[in-house]
Design a protein around this ligand. Structure first.
Ligand SMILES: [Fe+2]
Ligand SMILES: [Fe+2]
Length: 490
């Protein structure tokens, strides 16, 4: 039964606290109980705790004793039981926002060949350094020395090309600052399903054959440490996440937005506990972002679009501080890293909005949030078999494993060759949020809470053509003390 329960929760994308598992195993029909409990959450929680179980059962018992008929699942409030705590009001806490990393005001690149050389060297050195500090790459050689080795070799390289042979083997061309070498991932090896994308930096362990080809035995990613748990703040405050509002588009969901506003202005205890709103780009629809966009616009002036957004955000309660980064529809350079919106636009908003670049590492009450709009997901989806726009959290996990937000150069994500590679995930965040794909989801990877933050735009003609079904008007909310997340639908 233990295995059945574990398989069930893993299929639902959640985890079961050991105490909750022990409790369930002592009950009759543990699987039915667990299934019923999960049905009371608006979305799968990160971890199902014993307290969740006891709370939900107490609520169901109370409801059953008040009604003559057995309590249906809908009597349980649409919020995870352990997400509710009494007496925590966001208005009781002053804002505590620090922007830790951001390109704004620091851009130096002009796009010369030298800039690109310097940019990729920085990427290689930082990620190579992370890799070499890993035990499994201790004593790694450079490629020139590895080539001459007759024994097992370990080295670090940047992938310049990935090819598949007629027999289904994959060959990676990998280079460091002085040399390059080809690496074979045999079709019948355990490495066959391993994802590799161009321009990522990885470690390789293998053997060199007499033709100077490396037969890979393992690929090593910079990744993030396994032994982390969520580092929360002591203050019981919460952050809500949204992106892709696309104000100015004919398909902006006015009614859903009005429902959201009504809830956050005068809603339940969860609404009152929201101290921050993190907005991860595509805040307006923009002008001239794609061909014939003017036919899809309700507001065809860029300032008019930001003014309308500012008016929408002005209706938020005073205790909500907004942190806003741009996306590929916003009025800043499209090349990443993107600086914060310019002063001429910032002045349209009131002082409760804090502007930062894309990406940014922002501390909210000491909880570090990496916010990235997510343009690179276009390149991940087109280069990695099995990834899709409906599963952005999978691409986000890859970004953390590769410690890079947009490793693939030359695809749909324009990258500005800054002196430093700002798209490297240098510090491990506590929360990692993206938008862009107009989907929604929460999950966790090695102690980092992952959030993909929905949209407030209905399906556009372009999305319809490409068969992309958005999941609009969902608001992920994360408790900054516990890391627990829920998604509220409007
Ligand atoms: Fe968008
Ligand atoms: Fe976008």
């Amino acid at each position: 039964m233990r295995e059945t329960l574990l398989a069930f929760v893993s299929q639902k994308g959640t985890l079961l606290e050991p105490a909750a598992m022990d409790y369930l195993l002592r009950q009759e029909n543990p699987l039915v109980r667990l299934e019923r409990l999960l049905g009371t959450f608006p979305s799968a929680p990160l971890v199902v705790t014993l307290q969740d179980m006891l709370d939900a059962e107490a609520i169901a018992r109370r409801a059953a004793s008040q009604a003559s008929t057995p309590a249906p699942a809908s009597v349980v409030p649409p919020v995870a039981a352990s997400f509710r705590r009494v007496g925590e009001r966001a208005a009781d806490h002053a804002p505590d926002v620090t922007i830790l990393r951001d390109i704004t005001g620091q851009s130096t690149c002009e796009g010369t060949i030298d800039d690109f050389t310097r940019y990729f060297r920085h990427r290689f050195q930082v990620l190579g350094g992370m890799l070499r500090s890993r035990r499994d790459l201790h004593g790694a050689l450079d490629i020139a020395k590895s080539r001459k080795s007759t024994r097992d070799v370990r080295f670090v390289g940047m992938v310049s090309e990935v090819r598949t042979t007629r027999n289904g083997h994959r060959i990676l061309d990998v280079e460091d600052e002085a040399d390059r070498i080809s690496v074979l991932l045999p079709a019948d090896s355990p490495l066959a399903p391993e994802v590799v994308v161009p321009d990522e930096v990885l470690g390789i362990a293998g053997t060199v054959n007499d033709r100077g080809l490396v037969i890979a035995q393992s690929l090593i990613r910079p990744d993030i440490p396994v032994t982390r748990s969520f580092r929360g703040t002591r203050d019981p405050v919460r952050a809500a996440f949204m992106s892709d509002i696309h104000v100015g588009s004919r398909t902006f969901l006015e009614e859903k937005w009005a429902k959201f506003l009504a809830w956050i202005q005068d809603g339940d205890e969860v609404a009152r506990s929201i101290r921050y709103l993190v907005v991860s780009g595509d805040v307006v629809d923009g002008i001239g972002v794609f061909p014939r966009q003017d036919e899809e616009l309700a507001i065809d002036d860029i300032y008019g679009q930001y003014e309308a957004l500012a008016a929408h955000l002005a209706s938020l309660p005073d205790h909500v501080t907004v942190v806003m980064i741009p996306g590929n529809h916003d009025a800043v350079r499209p090349a990443e890293p993107q600086p914060a919106l310019p002063a001429s636009i910032q002045k349209l908003f009131d002082s409760s909005v804090v502007f930062a670049g894309n990406p940014s590492l922002v501390s909210l009450h000491g909880v570090r949030i990496l916010a990235y709009h997510g343009r690179s997901m276009d390149d991940f989806v087109s280069s990695v078999p099995g990834l899709s726009y409906h599963r952005p959290l999978d691409a986000m996990k890859l970004m953390l494993r590769m410690r890079h937000l947009a490793p693939i150069y030359g695809g749909k994500t324009p990258i500005a060759p800054e002196a430093k590679d700002h798209l490297i995930v240098e510090e491990v965040p506590d929360i990692f949020v993206t938008g862009h794909v107009h989907s929604v989801g929460v999950d966790a990877y090695r102690g980092v809470v992952l959030v993909n933050s929905s949209t407030w735009q209905a399906q556009t003609p372009y999305q319809k053509m490409r068969n992309i079904e958005p999941l609009p008007a969902r608001l992920p909310i994360v408790d900054l003390a516990t890391g627990q997340a829920v998604v509220r639908e409007f």
